[in-house]
Design a protein around this ligand. Structure first.
Ligand code: HEC
Ligand code: HEC
Length: 276
């Protein structure tokens, strides 16, 4: 009897600890906080899912992507670019900016680079709501500021990439066989191919004027290859490391907007903590 009780208590405890370390999709739904805070979390979740169309965010975006085009399952997919735990790492040191940055700064960087848009005011409802959503997904994660890079405790696993062995001919072959059915042969995506757990824009563009710019994390070969290896083709990731690296290099060899920091900065009070 005593043994049974102990067993039940310890497995309950394990479940609770397990749930705390995982996003809500794996456990019972995380509770939305009461009142205004809960409304702000829900607003942030909606903006991150529907960034290109939402009235609070669309003036700060410069392409058709949503935050959740890359932060898959709206940041709850633990395999890559997850928001889960991220808030626990900030303020964090960023070598690119050579500064200690806040979660609000980090959100603004993705607006300026990944979304090819404009720096939103750090104290705006927009940034506060997205930060509230990310913080909500980070509840229960122990605070551990990151002195090395602005990344959370569940940051994406990186592949080892040697840029000298990249094969663009194989990259194109992989693209045509494994990516073009959703992202289209010309890389411009297909709006009408929708998935229930994906953001509402359909399959997003991978290059051209409506894609991320050359200042974005995804423009780095290692980042794109690691993301593609763990997540693409969507819901059926199966590429070898070599194919993931070659197709990432192929995608990033195509035209996309240049990044000129000055053009993306908040006009009224440019932020000090930014870098080319
Ligand atoms: C084109 C893909 C893409 C889009 C779109 C995008 N991001 Fe990101 N985001 C990234 C990449 C890549 C990183 C760097 C992750 C790393 O270094 O592991 C990142 C990092 C982040 C981080 C820091 C994560 C951490 O571990 O500390 C936050 C927060 C973030 N993005 C929020 C957003 C928000 C909010 C939006 C929408 C306004 C957005 N992102 C849009 C690709 C994207
Ligand atoms: C079955 C359809 C499908 C296939 C095949 C597919 N993707 Fe995707 N991909 C998506 C969807 C859908 C998203 C956006 C998810 C969301 O919005 O929630 C996405 C997002 C992306 C993104 C981040 C957003 C952006 O536009 O930059 C990249 C990069 C990407 N895919 C690359 C690839 C590559 C490379 C391949 C081939 C190896 C591939 N995908 C195959 C459906 C697909």
């Amino acid at each position: 009897m005593g043994y049974l009780v102990k067993h039940i208590v310890s497995s309950l405890l394990l479940t609770v600890l397990f749930c705390l370390s995982l996003p809500s999709v794996y456990c019972a739904e995380r509770a939305i906080p009461a009142g205004k805070l809960g409304e702000t979390v829900v607003l942030g979740r909606e903006i991150s899912l529907n960034t290109a169309a939402h009235t609070l965010s669309k003036q700060y975006t410069g392409n058709v992507l949503n935050c959740s085009s890359c932060h898959l399952k709206n940041g709850t997919d633990l395999k890559n670019l997850t928001y889960v735990g991220v808030a626990a790492a900030y303020p964090a040191f960023s070598s690119r900016e050579n500064a200690v940055v806040t979660l609000a700064d980090r959100i603004a960087f993705c607006f300026m680079r990944s979304m090819n848009g404009l720096q939103p005011p750090p104290d705006s409802t927009l940034v506060t709501a997205i930060a509230a959503y990310i913080t909500w997904l980070s509840e229960g994660t122990a605070i551990k500021m990151n002195p090395v890079e602005p990344n959370g405790p569940n940051a994406m696993r990186r592949l080892n990439v040697n840029p000298n062995t990249v094969d663009l001919v194989n990259g194109k072959k992989v693209y045509d066989a494994q990516c073009a059915s959703c992202h289209a042969e010309d890389g411009q995506g297909v709006k009408t191919i929708q998935f229930p757990d994906a953001s509402p824009g359909g399959c997003p563009p991978l290059w051209g004027a409506n894609s991320y710019n050359k200042g974005a994390g995804m423009y780095k070969l290692q980042t794109a290859a690691s993301f593609i290896k763990s997540s693409m083709p969507y819901a059926a990731a199966n590429l070898s490391e070599k194919d993931a690296i070659d197709v990432a290099a192929y995608v990033n060899s195509k035209d996309r907007p240049d990044f000129d920091l000055k053009k993306h900065l908040l006009k009224s009070a440019p932020h000090a903590k930014v870098a080319d």
